[in-house]
Design a binder for this molecule. Structure first.
Ligand code: F6R
Length: 611
């Protein structure tokens, strides 16, 4: 949440910052701003998207070799020009941009007000820069020391960048709980919330850790802790390609990412699954295999779509590996005083690897002695680094705010984990293991087949674009898919939608059904097939409009449903990987008909780094 970019070097900072902010706009797009040093501190900020900031800057003199920029997702204070970042010190010499939340901002603000400081904005962020100003004056110290002392007083989460007009050769960065990556160029440095604004300039990056301050000065990077202990930067080499963060001819990132799924799943399986050799291997699991084999239960913690993948994992782990599973919303788990035992294995699922609640949930579980296994997409992210072990999903950057390829990547990794454990525990026979490997291997081609015929979904989207509500129903492995389909529709088309286990319908939601209610049944030919046919009849009897996702070649539902989308046959346990695809497409095309901004839906942001 909130994107931040900084540059210091020999090039013109402004175009680098603006391009970087556009790449980070998926993290927030309420307002944007930049601060540059150009014969003094110049701050430009504007409500709205980065494009509006550019118009606001217009023909101003923006030449500078150092600058910071921000694209905001509002927490404290409504999105307007004043609350937009950067925020300046009262003497106008310092500027800050901030991603995160300062929890004790009210008490710090009161203290500063008592000392005569006047606040211009309603943000928690302004408190940090005024506190730094106050400490610098009080102690007559360097800026980096004032930053360090101020951060010792601040409670909460932050990734900050600071500039001072007293020194146009220095950029200061610090983080706790919100991500920050420093790109190391040739005598130049790029700082950003994630690597996407950086990779076109350099693949060498340093991930700042919590409680670390980076001082970049005269072409040198020095890192120290907020206890003033020097740290040695560790340089990672990123493999990310520039094309992976561009739209590549698609009208939206979401559509590109939906269509990328055959490739992203192949990338996820590459080197791990070789079906003809009976080979399935997840390196990250091996060191902790005994923990997985000896635990009484595995707890999955996640939020949103990743939580839906966790629900699929519940079915997979119980069914294939006969392991007890709990699936927890990270935000509830962390505050519930949950019973966590030393032999518990906690699997954290997160696309971004930065979700604040998931991170806090694993910190809690770790403090109780549990083993943490991360299933993340973003390499080097906070959750992946806080985990004892893990497996990346290798989906490549996911930029559309609505998660698509991350979900299928997560389910792919979770299926591999369950299959490996099933074989090791002897709950899966050799022959069944072999069948599942071949079937998993065929999933990318089957998704490709679905994506080659999107016409039926497009027709349904056109028909129901004005619907006020949608119901999504599924059973067994398709129940989490029903939840995911409903979430996708809600978040990008703003149509109210609910997902339900189909059999639960008669315990309440059936009251909603009338001739205006589209009901999406995920009714593939699996072990719940007969049962779901009865549920379809119940909806038809009440004049609901039935849209069914069915297995190709099936006849019965064709005769019952008004609208049918066929998908290839697969094993029950891999069904979510196929059945979710038409639902992703449905939400996309409905949103397009309604004129919604699918990549940047209102109120949302990718990577929820605040709780
Ligand atoms: C929905 C969506 C969110 C995320 C959730 C968790 O399309 O993207 O529900 O799934 O915010 O994010 P991660 O997976 O990054 O922890």
């Amino acid at each position: 949440m909130c994107g931040i970019v900084g540059y210091i070097g020999k090039r013109d900072a402004y175009p680098i910052i603006i391009k970087g902010l556009k790449r980070l706009e998926y993290r927030g797009y309420d307002s944007a701003g930049v601060a540059l040093l150009n014969g003094g501190l110049k701050v430009y900020k504007k409500k709205g998207k980065v494009a509006e900031l550019e118009s606001h800057v217009g023909g101003s003199d923006i030449s500078s070799n150092i600058g910071i920029g921000h694209t905001r997702w509002a927490t404290h204070g409504e999105p307007n020009d004043i609350n937009a970042h950067p925020h300046s010190s009262s003497d106008g010499k310092l500027a800050i941009i901030h991603n995160g939340i300062i929890e004790n901002y009210q008490s710090l603000k009161t203290e500063l007000e008592q000392k005569g400081y006047k606040f211009k904005s309603e943000t928690d962020s302004e408190v940090i820069i005024l506190l730094i100003e106050e400490i610098k004056k009080r102690n007559n110290c360097n800026l980096d020391e004032a930053v360090r002392l101020a951060l010792n007083e601040v409670v909460g989460a932050y990734a900050i960048l600071i500039l001072s007009s007293d020194d146009d050769k220095q950029l200061i960065a610090a983080r706790k709980g919100s991500p920050l990556v420093i790109g190391i160029g040739n005598g130049e440095f790029f700082v950003a919330s994630d690597a996407t604004p950086i990779i076109e300039y350099t693949n060498n990056v340093v991930y700042l850790d919590d409680y670390e301050i980076a001082v970049i000065r005269d072409g040198e990077l020095n890192i120290k802790s907020i206890e003033d202990v020097p740290k040695t930067p560790f340089i990672h080499h990123l493999e990310m390609e520039l094309e992976s963060i561009e739209k590549g001819g698609f009208s939206h990132f979401m559509l590109k990412e939906i269509h990328e799924q055959p490739k992203s799943i192949r990338d996820c399986l590459r080197g791990r699954l070789i079906a003809k050799d009976n080979h399935l291997n997840l390196n990250g699991m091996y060191q902790y295999m005994n923990k997985f084999l000896n635990t009484d239960r595995v707890i999955f913690v996640a939020c949103g779509t990743s939580w839906h993948a966790g629900l699929v994992a519940e079915y997979l782990f119980e069914d294939i590996a006969r392991i007890n599973v709990e699936v927890e919303y990270a935000s509830e788990f962390r505050y519930r005083n949950p019973v966590i035992r030393e032999n518990d294995v906690v699997v954290a699922i997160s696309q971004s690897g930065e979700t604040a609640d998931t991170l806090a949930a694993i910190d809690l579980a770790k403090s109780k002695g549990a083993t943490i296994f991360g299933v993340c997409n973003v390499v080097g992210s906070s959750i992946s680094r806080a985990s004892h072990a893990g497996a990346y999903i290798h989906a490549g950057p996911e930029i559309g705010v609505a998660s698509t390829k991350a979900f299928t990547g997560q389910v792919t990794v979770l299926a591999m984990m369950a299959i490996i454990l099933g074989l090791k525990k002897g709950t899966l026979s050799e022959s069944r293991y072999r069948e599942l490997l071949f079937e998993l291997d065929s999933i990318p081609d089957k998704i490709q087949k679905i994506l080659e015929n999107t016409e039926p979904v497009k027709r349904i989207a056109e028909t129901f674009q004005f619907a006020k509500n949608f119901l999504y129903l599924g059973r067994g492995y398709n129940f989490p898919v029903a939840l995911e389909g409903a979430l996708k529709l809600k978040e990008i088309s703003y149509i109210h939608a609910e997902g339900y286990p189909a059999a639960e319908m008669k315990h309440g939601p059936i009251a909603l059904i009338d001739e205006d209610m589209p009901v999406v049944f995920i009714a593939t030919k699996d072990s719940s097939y007969e049962k779901i046919i009865s549920n379809i009849q119940e909806v038809k009897a009440r004049k609901g409009k039935v849209i069914a996702i069915v297995t190709e070649g099936e006849k019965d539902i064709h005769n019952m449903a008004e609208y049918v989308v066929e998908i290839p046959k697969t094993e029950d346990c891999l069904q979510p990987l196929l059945s979710v695809i038409p639902l992703q497409l449905l939400s996309y095309y409905v949103a397009i008909h309604r004129g919604c901004n699918v990549d940047q839906p209102r109120n949302l942001a990718k990577s929820v780094t605040v709780e």
